[in-house]
Design a binder for this molecule. Sequence first.
Ligand SMILES: *[C@@H]1O[C@H](CO)[C@@H](O)[C@H](O)[C@H]1NC(C)=O
Ligand SMILES: *[C@@H]1O[C@H](CO)[C@@H](O)[C@H](O)[C@H]1NC(C)=O
Ligand SMILES: *[C@@H]1O[C@H](CO)[C@@H](O)[C@H](O)[C@H]1NC(C)=O
Length: 309
Amino acid sequence: MYINFVVVLISYFCLSASLTFDSAVTVFPLDFADSKLSNVMGTSALKNMSKFCANLAFLFPEQPLLDRYKLAKDAGFKAVETGFPLGHTKEQVVEAKNAAGIQQILINIYTGDVTKGELGFAAVPGKEDEFRKSIDLTIDYAKALGARKIHIMAGRVDEGNITAAHDLAYENNLRYAVGLLEKENILGVIEPINKYSIPNYYMNCYDKALSVIKKINSPNLKLMLDIFHLQLIRGNISNTIKELIEYIGHVQIAQAPNRNEPNCPGEINYQYVLGQLQNAGYNDWIGLEYKPVSNTKDGLKWIGELGIV
Ligand SMILES: *[C@@H]1O[C@H](CO)[C@@H](O)[C@H](O)[C@H]1NC(C)=O
Ligand SMILES: *[C@@H]1O[C@H](CO)[C@@H](O)[C@H](O)[C@H]1NC(C)=O
Ligand SMILES: *[C@@H]1O[C@H](CO)[C@@H](O)[C@H](O)[C@H]1NC(C)=O
């Protein structure tokens, strides 16, 4: 029903969106909850749709990380998420965020040295000390930034051979992290990542993610559902959203298989999928973690083209 409704109104949305993005001052482009448009439409469906946050590791690659806070704000975003701000002090990041006047929703855990292939330590046996240091450091940044979500990355496994030792390290490290996160009222999220994007990454499977989340059974540990990864791991998007909805703590989107803007030619119809998320009751932030085809700001036109602002 929602989709039919959107289709009927699509020309209205396209007009509205082009006005929004072409004008020098963007008033309400990326927040459904208080958008004037949804008030005009008077539909509960649109009023309660989730909000988009800019992933600063992917968007605005033209500029250094700290400058991207302001670029995101100027493009109309109210919030951002980012990978761990490598190489910047907490004070520098907080200053950039505050100067831009934007909210930080999520940061990734400190991953270790990515140039050596390190992508977190949670599932790496023998690296428990590194894991503990990384979660401490990340909580410290998250608190300073006001971020209420941390993506706990698992790390790579030699030649992709996952053993019981990896599973055990993962569960124990997550339990340790959750103990800290519960005290700080921060949500930890774990994310299955497809093998084409990151070969040999430990957390590459929804059943495995769900099983450890259920085992640990804490409101402070949930799933990060990146629809791009979902499509490349197993497809079956609508059923998976319905199955996993109560465990979803954060959502990210990009077109598949090339990880560009959601409206690019590709395998996923985001107008439909975002409707499915909304119908399932997802009401939280959606991270835009895609590689802009060219200029990031021009690329944001997809939001209007999908008929959702
Ligand atoms: C990984 O598994 C393959 C196939 O079973 C095996 O040949 C290889 O030696 C294993 N590698 C490691 C590091 O255990
Ligand atoms: C699709 O997802 C549903 C819900 O998770 C599951 O029951 C079904 O088995 C899946 N289909 C396939 C082909 O994996
Ligand atoms: C939006 O949805 C959430 C949960 O689905 C609900 O708790 C909340 O009251 C809704 N807000 C509005 C404005 O309808």
